[in-house]
Each structure stands twice: as structure tokens, then as C-alpha cells.
Write a protein of this length. Sequence first.
Length: 317
Amino acid sequence: MQRVLERPIFIIGCPRSGTTLLFSLLSHSEHLWSLHSESHHIWELVVPIHRQGFFGSNRATAEDVTPGVRDFVTRSFLNLLKPGSPELVEKPAVRMVEKTPRNVYRVPFLRALFPDAAFVFLTRDGRDNISSLMEGWKHPERFGTWDLPPGFTIKGYQGRKWCFALPPGWEELNGCSLAEVCAYQWTSANEAILASLAELPPSSFVRVRYEDLFNHPYRVIEQLAAFLDIPFTGKLREAAANPPVVNTTSPPKLGKWRDKHFEEISAILPKIEPTLKRLGYLASEDCLGPSATGSPFEPLGTVPHHDRVAALHIQAQ
């Protein structure tokens, strides 16, 4: 039997935004296939960072898709994916859920590879997200990705490994503080996603707020399953009722930035405030409550493209 990948689901979001939790929950579905891990070993072979030298990035575009790339990616996933239930093995259509944070810079590439893909855009309050990134940079043995070039320094960081995704323009951060580097990572990731999704039909993506997922996991996953057209039953429903704690450096908590990096993040608020506001996280508020009005199923008229993307989201009310 020849299998085919159909309607893959890509979870996209800044590193440390909660994508591992969401991926873990959806990977419980008995109607999906999953690697149960990130897919760097596949993506880096077709969009390797070294092709651009030290000043490359994780960005990939539709122009990077060739017949050979499409064939390699498809065969790699079909060979490595694990079914959510034994019954799936008997069906030719394979629907996978995938999560690799570096893909925030590859949405056009993914869309060209899989025109029927669905994207789940997970956002997190930039202050908490940046705080979590800063904590992660303390563990380059765990989150380090590439060697820093000679002479490249980050104030407050003694390691020689770059951590997490590599955004376009990262080389301009030489000499900046760790908070500034993490602020750039968060802003760059979210703005890249907003710009990319604005080019796609609204039916192909949805936004989920980490704060809603944290406070109301059952309701959020139930609505997300409906949007993705997967049954909210069995192991998926059980996992949503009792979410796992995954990939953390300290116990999960909303507003953690106030305890961890209040002064550093307060200093960089002007750099992230435009994106905070665009995503509905106002710097003057805690933004820990329910999401703003809007729904993935409501028409939003002629709202400017970035704001239209930001407003299409699951509600936990």
C-alpha cells in the first residue's frame, strides 16, 4: 500500500511559547501520526544553515522547494512517523502533526511543500516568553544550536553557542544584552509568522494563546480539534483533561517574568511593545485572563493583514 501525506498540521510559535505542550497534547490523538519529537533531522538536510555561512538564518522560502526536496521530505516523514492507533496503519492517507520552532521562518516553504497544510499559531505574552528564553540560554548544553562566530559577544552570556532559532538579522545583535537578543528572537518570530499567514486563506490557520491553553486546556483543545477536523475523543480528550508538564526549566506559571527578569524585561519593553499590542498583549496589562473577542470562524472584513491574522483565534470562554 502506498501512503500519502494529507492535510498535515504544523504548530508554529516562538521557541519557549508552549509549542511542546500543544504538540504533546495533539500527538495523543488516535487519528493523527506524529514523530513525538521535533523534526530538525529532516528540515536541516533540505534547508541547511551552512549554505549561507555564519550569516545565514533558519529562513526558507517557497523558492527552496524543488521536486527533490518534496520527495525527500515526504519519504522521510512517511518512514519515521508513528500512528496514533493501530487502525491508522491500514489507511493510505497519513495526517501528521508536526512541531519544530525554527519553522517560524519557513511558513512559505511549508505551504509550498504542502498546499493543504493547516497551521496552528501559538502565541505567548512576550514578557513571559522572553523570560523563558533567557532561562533557556542558561543551558546551552540543552538548547544550544550553532557555534557563535569569533568576536561575537552577548552581554550576560558566557557561552559560545547560539540558543534556539536563528532569525534573519541575528548578526546585528553582536554586543547586545541577553534580554535584547531574546526580545529580538520573540519579535522576529511572531512578526515572521504574522506576515506569512497574512498571505494564506483564513481557513488554513488558527491562533491559540498559551494563556488560554494554560488556564483552559480542555476547552481550547476541544475547539482546536473541531477546527482541525479531528475527533475530540479517546486519548486526546484524556490528555486535555490532564495536560502533561513538558520541557520546562521551572514549574509553569503565568507572569513568571515578574519574578525572574523584571528589570531586564522592563528595560526592553519599548522594543517589543508594538508586537505585544498587535497580538493583544498590552504592556500596561497583565494579559493573563480570557482572550479578546474574535473567533477562528468569524469574518473580519478589511482589518489590516497583520491584525487580521492576530484576531483569528480560539476562544476559551
